[in-house]
Design a protein around this ligand. Structure first.
Ligand code: ADP
Ligand code: MG
Length: 248
């Protein structure tokens, strides 16, 4: 435990919460599928995890709720995108999704551009698995300005994951085009911006559509009171991982 503490201190990783999983300094130690490790290395030039990934991925992959705070450019996207893909892979293996069903996982972003970037990573990770394991994971990009008709084939076959902005997502939920009955994973990217843009009520509405247990991950560059209060009501026994700001 003291070596974990030393490692965290050296990397400016601050943690809070009960029974925090240990930090892991390589993707191999995290037991990621080898095709994912290869994709990260060969396609993205990502060879070793950043500090938020060193502590955040073990927490997220353990199934715990998590609050992740780290500066822009520190690699937060992978921390909430990869566990969703692996969870979807696992769920699909156990009980393949059927027409009109899904998703297993959902990520909400405050802007179309961020949603697109996250969607691209989720798709690339899914493709990396598909090549070797032979099964497909389908992701819906639910943002304004997109013709949902173009993604109609996804609805027909069943959707494993959704990356969305709040407005378009609420629209799809209200029209019963998608259901969160089987959804077990919620990632909130740039939660400070989501709240500042006035999406708090929308996110609460989305959370009401979930049934049963849910893993919730909330990421933010800052942690003002408003977000702390929101996190307390939306997360269960979370682990907080804060990189770079002592005591914040
Ligand atoms: P954040 O959301 O924290 O601002 P991103 O997830 O958008 O950061 O990542 C910023 C950039 O860093 C991206 O181009 C991403 O591919 C790259 N990146 C992510 N993880 C690593 C890593 N472990 N090593 C090197 N580059 C990385
Ligand atoms: Mg980001």
């Amino acid at each position: 435990e003291s070596t974990h503490g030393d490692l965290r201190q050296a990397l400016h990783i601050h943690v809070a919460g009960e029974e925090v999983p240990p930090p892991l300094t390589s993707f191999a130690e995290m037991k990621l599928p080898r095709e994912i490790i290869r994709y990260l290395k060969e396609a993205k030039g990502i060879k070793k995890p950043t500090p938020i990934q060193i502590q955040g991925l073990p927490v997220a992959l353990s199934g715990r709720d998590m609050i992740g705070i780290a500066f822009t450019g520190s690699g937060k996207t992978l921390v909430f995108a990869l566990p969703m893909v692996l969870l979807a892979m696992d769920a699909e293996k156990r009980l393949p999704i059927e027409a009109g069903e899904g998703p297993f996982g959902l990520i909400i972003c405050p802007s179309r551009e961020l949603a697109r970037q996250t969607y691209d990573l989720v798709n690339a990770l899914s493709d990396a698995i598909k090549k070797e394991r032979g099964f497909e994971l389908r992701t819906l990009l639910a943002i304004g300005g997109i013709d949902m008709g173009e993604q109609e084939h996804l609805f027909k076959r069943g959707i494993h994951m959704i990356v969305a902005t709040p407005g378009r997502l609420i629209d799809l939920l209200n029209k019963r085009r998608v259901s969160l009955a089987y959804c077990k994973y919620l990632g909130l990217d740039e939660a400070d911006r989501l709240i500042d843009l006035g999406f708090e009520d929308d996110i609460r509405t989305v959370m009401d559509y979930f049934q049963g247990q849910r893993q919730t991950l909330l990421f933010s560059a800052t942690m003002p009171k408003k977000i702390q209060t929101f996190a307390r009501s939306a997360l269960v026994r979370p682990v907080e991982v804060n990189v770079g700001r002592a005591g914040a």
